[in-house]
Structure formats: structure tokens, C-alpha cells
Design a protein around this ligand. Sequence first.
Ligand code: NAP
Length: 283
Amino acid sequence: MAEIINVSAIAKTEKEKLKSRILTYKAEGKPVPTLATVLVGEDPGSVYYLEMQKKNLEALGGTMLKITLAEDTSEEDLLSMIGELNGDDKVHGIMVLFPLPKHINEERVAESISKDKDVDGVNPINIGLLASTSGGVAPCTPSSVVEILKNIHGELKGKHAVIIGRSNIVGKPLIQLLLREHMTVTVCHSRTSNLPMMARSGEILISAMGRPLMIDEKYVSEGATVIDVGTSELDGKIVGDCDLESVLQKAAYATKVPGGVGTLTTTILIRTLLDLYDESFRK
Ligand code: NAP
């Protein structure tokens, strides 16, 4: 019987662990874990996301320093603000909301965030460390996918996953995270030939394209687990890459959108914040 994965329950369990970690810090007389966020402009989606993130973090006992800069802020001023946050001992993680206005070079901004406070793994040093060592910081979306897979399957070693999408923020870091789990990984993209056949070759299918409802049962092998990372707007509604009803004709497990991967990402971001926090006390 096909099952829709209860990602909210996974998030709830993870939140309990994070809450107890923060209570331990408090008992040890350590400072409150603090995430600094920097938004340039007033993109409504980002404003809403930050409000949710703040609520979640505060509910667990952490705190968020929300910095909003005007849309016409210069790159120099943004870099100087990040420099200040890098040097501030009270700040344990920094997240700059992308995309940035066109006059700001995103690569330069990503490089400017201290690798030790880079909570969403955008600094190229962390990207390199993720690929070449057991360290580095992974972005919260691919980390959430791994968390969901571990919850469903326990051991991932030897399983074959097909990822559709090779972006820097989802597909590429996910390759590294799945390889760390000793999985076999196939990566597909817009130039892949015979995508349905490639997709069916995996016992796990992860779609991160942003192509509304494109994935149906033709892409799914019997008994597969399907993780839908895509979020798009279609006729005023948020939908994923998967046509869930069709996918569930073949899959054993699948996530839905909304209420899937996105339900876990803010929690995983807080877990990364706490990992960076712990690391800062080891130095
Ligand atoms: P992106 O940078 O646009 O990358 C999309 C990837 O999908 C690219 O690698 C592209 O291939 C591939 N692709 C596009 N159309 C395809 C097709 N018809 N067949 C095969 N491959 C195709 O997007 P992203 O930032 O990775 O985000 C992907 C989706 O995940 C979006 O819907 C986004 O909103 C969502 N997302 C969700 C969360 C969450 O928390 N749930 C977080 C981040 C992103 P090429 O490389 O060849 O162009």
C-alpha cells in the first residue's frame, strides 16, 4: 500500500532533539544560539520565510537577528555588514537571502560569509569540503532529503538513487550527501536522454526541477521512494514536480507538496546552526 511520507512528524522529532540541545547549552551557562539573517529588499516570499524561521528558532530557545537592507544597498555596504557579523561572537550562523538584486555579485557575497558561520553552505570552501572531506556545511534542502530517506529506509548503503536536477543549491550537494551514505547515484538534468527510463532505474527518485506535475508513474519503478523537492505555482496553487496520484500507483513512499520536504528545511537549518555553534566552542 503506497504511503505519503509524514514529513511533519520527522520535523517534530528533530525539533524535540534540538530543543533539548539548546536547554543543555542554557544549563551550561552558554550563550543563546543566534542566527543572523540578511535580506536585501522586501521580497514577500523571503519576508514570510524569515518570519517562519524566526518563530521556529525562538520556539526551540534560539534567537534570530533579522537584518533588512534597502533594495539599493551597495555591494560594498552589504559586504561590510557581513564582515561585522563574521566578527561578532554573539552570532553563530549567517544566512543571506538569495537571489540578491542584480547590482550585487552573489558569488562575492557567498565567499564573504565566514565558512564557520555559513549556515546554508554557500561559501565555496564549504562546497569544496563537502565534496572532498567528511566535513563542510550542506545546504538545508538536500540535508532534509537525506533525513527523510534515513527515516524511511534506515540504512541507505548500496541503494540506487536517481536525482533529477543538478543545481548548486539542491542537486550537486545532494550527490555528495548520498555518496557519503554509500549510495549509488545517477544524476539527470534537462539534457538527459530518455528521462523516464533513467528515472525508473532508481529505487529512490528525487526530483528537484521546478517543473509542475511533470513526474508521473512512467518515471517511477515499482515500490520506489519518491522525494519531490520541486515547488512551483500552478493556477494560483503551490505544486511539486510530481503528479502524486499517478506516482502513488507505482511508488511505495512519496512526499507531497506542500507539506513535504519544505516542512523540514527550517528545522534542518537550525540543526546546522547548532552544529556550527558546537564547533565554535571546540576552537
Ligand atoms: P534550478 O536551479 O532551476 O535547477 C533545476 C534543475 O532541474 C536543473 O539542473 C535543470 O537542468 C533541471 N531540469 C529543469 N527542467 C528539466 C527537465 N524538463 N528535465 C530534466 N531536468 C530538468 O532549481 P533549484 O534551485 O535546484 O530548485 C529546484 C526546485 O526545487 C524548484 O522548484 C525550487 O522551487 C525547489 N526548491 C525547493 C526547496 C524546498 O525547501 N522544498 C528548496 C530549494 C528549491 P539543467 O541543469 O540542464 O538546466
